[in-house]
Design a protein around this ligand. Structure first.
Ligand code: ZN
Length: 413
């Protein structure tokens, strides 16, 4: 991509009222734009990061046999009334409800358990049809009073939500463990260290659930954990009398963190309340064991910036960077230099490497370098009068630069 074509260009000033690092850098570097509190436009750079995060999630979930689909976001009251959640006061606090011209009531979805259960109920399921594993990437809505953490807490945000339906608790828990492993692989590939933390199910279930948390000094959650990695609980269920790890006896520590994923073994609650059953070997109705699993890709993008940045800007992990190489052309008024940069740009693309080429002629080297640091692509490659027949290569997360020829560059990246 030619940076001269890119919209929008970087901004020098932090956006007013920005408190979170992800808010400041993602806006200044041109990844997101705020429409209103808790509501964000994904600009082209941001969209590329989200697509890469989503693709990693998609590849890992497909390996568990899950199928991708897309569900509607506007739901009729009747379906939510069947589970009892339409009138749940805690749900009422976070769900947007609205009426149409005929006074019929609807909500904007913050989750899809009821809709998936309703879908299953239309297909006269037998034990042979189960398990069923369905997932989607879609917008979710939450009526947040305060939405101050940049893109990490939104009124409207992206979620990957997976739902699984089973004939038995054993089969549900087996897949639940499989998804837990799959999530760990997803976050590893994205470049995030996560802790699996036991938590209360909130508006979803009475059972204990699991959260995937990233340690982050600016995080909203407090985690009680053992440094040996065998115990972690969040604030809501943690017993304050517990000062030593119940597994190994080490001292329990606390840390601030941010939730990036959660998994809920819901059990038969939704099946029984909504009267959606499967037929067993004897043709008898049996309740469906149900579980749901979420990851917030926009929130993941936010936490990546909170974890990977310095005082100059973002430092993207390679797996999710919008481009791999930031090609900076200097002295472009010199035709020989200009054609050398253009040739390098084309050759990198031929090799299948994603390149952002800063081809602007009226911008000083200092400003181009500052923009490259702010945007945070993994490799900066400079071509100028000074670089001769070599390329000046610098990794965003390292201080030193080196001079390489094209073949050496290819090997390096
Ligand atoms: Zn321990």
């Amino acid at each position: 991509m030619l940076y001269s074509n890119y919209f929008p260009k970087t901004q020098k000033q932090d956006p007013t009222s920005a408190e979170a690092v992800n808010h400041k850098y993602l806006v200044r570097a041109g990844f997101i734009d705020q429409l209103m509190s808790g509501s964000w436009t994904l600009l082209p750079f941001g969209q590329r990061v989200i697509q890469k995060i989503n693709q990693i999630i998609r590849e890992e979930l497909n390996q568990t046999g899950a199928l991708e689909m897309a569900l509607p976001l506007l739901h009729p009251k009747e379906i939510w009334a069947r589970s009892g959640r339409w009138d749940d006061l805690k749900v009422d606090e976070i769900m947007y409800k609205l009426k149409d011209k005929n006074d019929r009531e609807y909500c904007l979805s913050f989750t899809h358990e009821e809709i998936v259960m309703d879908l299953l109920g239309k297909h006269n399921l037998s034990y042979k049809d189960l398990p069923i594993k369905l997932y989607q990437f879609s917008t979710k809505f939450r009526n947040e009073l305060r939405a101050k953490s940049g893109i990490m807490r939104g009124r409207e945000f992206l979620m990957k939500d997976l739902y699984s339906a089973h004939t038995s608790e054993e089969d549900m828990l087996k897949y639940y463990e499989e998804v837990k492993k799959s999530y760990l692989e997803i976050f590893k590939r994205i470049g995030l260290d996560v802790y699996v933390v036991e938590a209360a199910g909130g508006v979803f279930t009475d059972r204990n659930t699991h959260e995937f948390q990233v340690f982050n000094p600016a995080g909203e959650d407090t985690i009680y954990y053992c440094e040996n990695g065998d115990f972690a609980e969040n604030e809501e269920i943690y017993d304050p009398k517990l000062t030593k790890c119940p597994v190994c006896g080490a001292e329990i520590k606390t840390i601030k963190s941010t939730e990036v994923g959660n998994i809920f073994p819901l059990g038969t609650k939704y099946s029984q309340k909504m009267e959606v059953y499967y037929k067993d070997e004897n043709g008898e109705n049996q309740p469906i064991w149900f579980a749901s699993y979420g990851i917030g890709p926009t929130r993941v993008m936010g936490i990546l910036v909170e974890v990977f940045h310095d005082d100059k800007g973002i430092i993207w992990p390679e797996a999710v960077a919008p481009f791999k190489v930031h090609l900076v052309g200097l002295d472009l008024a010199d035709q020989a230099i200009k054609s050398k940069v253009e040739k390098t740009y084309k050759l990198l693309q031929v090799e299948g490497i994603e390149v952002l080429y800063d081809d602007r002629q009226d911008i000083s080297p200092g400003e181009k370098f500052a923009d490259a640091d702010l945007i945070g692509l993994p490799y900066r490659v400079v071509i100028s009068k000074r670089t001769g027949d070599k390329l000046e290569v610098k990794r965003r997360d390292k201080k030193d630069t080196e001079f390489l020829n094209f073949e050496q560059l290819l090997k390096r990246i």
